[in-house]
Design a protein around this ligand. Structure first.
Ligand SMILES: Cc1ncc(COP(=O)(O)O)c(C=O)c1O
Length: 369
């Protein structure tokens, strides 16, 4: 009798393996690079698509104690998994949700004077620590320069608020030579100098690799924990954490002149063997890769031909030995041969989007060691 897990395995069209040991290793590597600075962990968007319920405990086991998410609901979910972690919501106070922060012991990242005032109005005894976000040049969230000046002039606005850290976020950290990096660092340093007793958090993954001047007291890496390259254009110092495979459903031979897929965008110029995979854009594999993507079967590379559809991808496997490209065989979409960064580059996007687009239909397994 097959177990339920084996049966689910047999029913799956695609398989996502998440290597939690690699996530832990990446955390330790970043932590070592940071020296005395603390390494927090950004686990928003379901830990960048890898699964926060599994990834956050792995990061906790590796030593992470401070976590950042985007939304209050993400924080509430994380709180259930890590009851004693410090959990910050980057999106701010979400007017109307303040009581949830108190009830679940969630720390808001206060992004404006109005949010600081609203937080101060809540019962002090129930308030967890908060972060104050200073906008040093991203023009997205956080106190803009005029509000920062007012806060410096009126420090009493922070009276009674326990501040976990001051934060700011880099716009161009993945471009080492970008002049905005040092301008933002300087602006953040000047702001923090007015609050000398408070801890400072500045660097994301790439920021950590800009050097110790960018480390301050707490770093907030996300993508590097999950194997994305924080130093684009240079060798990836992180370990890849996922392997995504899909199974071949059918193989057929088509004649010269026959077309493949919606829109007939590929026409065979010779007798061609087509393998059809149980994976499509509904699983987060970008439709842009139609007639562009390349997948791997063992040591063989096979090009995607025709349009990627919702649930299916068609491959030209004419050059592969028939016993390798058979129904049931597993094809690698992300792994050692085609990393998340390779795939992102091919698809004209960034590893963040590849990871956070990973679909919900995969059979997922988590490797612990
Ligand atoms: C405010 C903030 N801090 C840190 C991070 C983590 O960035 P990364 O994934 O580049 O390390 C993000 C991610 O978008 C963020 O928005």
């Amino acid at each position: 009798m097959p177990t339920e897990r084996a049966a689910a395995n047999a029913r799956a069209g695609a398989y996502l393996e998440v290597d939690l040991a690699a996530v832990r290793e990446n955390y330790s590597r970043l932590s070592a690079r940071l020296g005395r600075a603390e390494c927090a962990a950004v686990v928003k968007a379901d830990a960048y698509g890898l699964g926060v319920a599994q990834v956050a405990p792995a990061l906790w086991a590796a030593g992470a104690r401070r976590f950042f998410v985007a939304l209050p609901d993400e924080a509430i979910a994380l709180r259930k998994v890590l009851p004693t972690a410090q959990v910050y919501v980057l999106g701010g106070l979400f007017g109307g949700a303040e009581r949830d922060y108190l009830a679940h012991g969630i720390c808001p990242v206060l992004n404006s004077l109005a949010e600081i005032d609203a937080w101060r109005a809540l019962p002090p005894a129930e308030r967890p620590p908060a972060a104050i976000h200073f906008d040093s040049g991203l023009s997205r969230l956080g106190l803009p320069a005029n509000e920062a000046r007012r806060l410096i002039e009126e420090p009493s606005r922070l009276k009674g608020i326990e501040i976990g850290c001051l934060i700011s976020h880099l716009a161009c950290a993945d471009e080492q030579e970008h002049p905005l990096n040092s301008r933002q660092r300087q602006a953040f340093s000047e702001f923090c100098r007015r609050f000398p007793h408070l801890r400072r958090s500045f660097a994301n993954s790439s920021g950590i690799f800009l050097g110790p001047d960018y480390h301050f007291d707490i770093a907030r890496p996300g993508v590097a924990l999950y194997g994305g390259n924080p130093t684009p254009g240079r060798e990836n110092p992180m370990t890849s954490c996922i392997r995504l495979r899909s199974r071949i459903l059918q193989v057929r031979d088509i004649a010269r002149g026959e077309s493949v897929g919606y829109g007939a965008t590929f026409t065979a110029t010779r007798p061609t063997r087509i393998a059809t995979l149980a994976m499509g854009y509904a699983d987060g594999y970008s439709r842009y890769l139609s007639n562009i993507g390349k997948l791997w079967l063992a040591d063989y590379c096979a090009p995607i031909v025709g349009r990627i559809s919702m649930d299916l991808i068609t491959l030209d496997v004419s050059e592969l030995p028939a016993d390798i490209s058979m129904p049931g065989a597993l094809v690698d979409l992300i792994g050692d041969r085609e990393t998340v960064d390779d795939l992102a580059e091919r698809a004209g996007t960034i590893p963040y989007e590849v990871l956070t687009s990973l679909g919900g239909r995969f059979h997922r397994t988590y490797k612990e060691a």
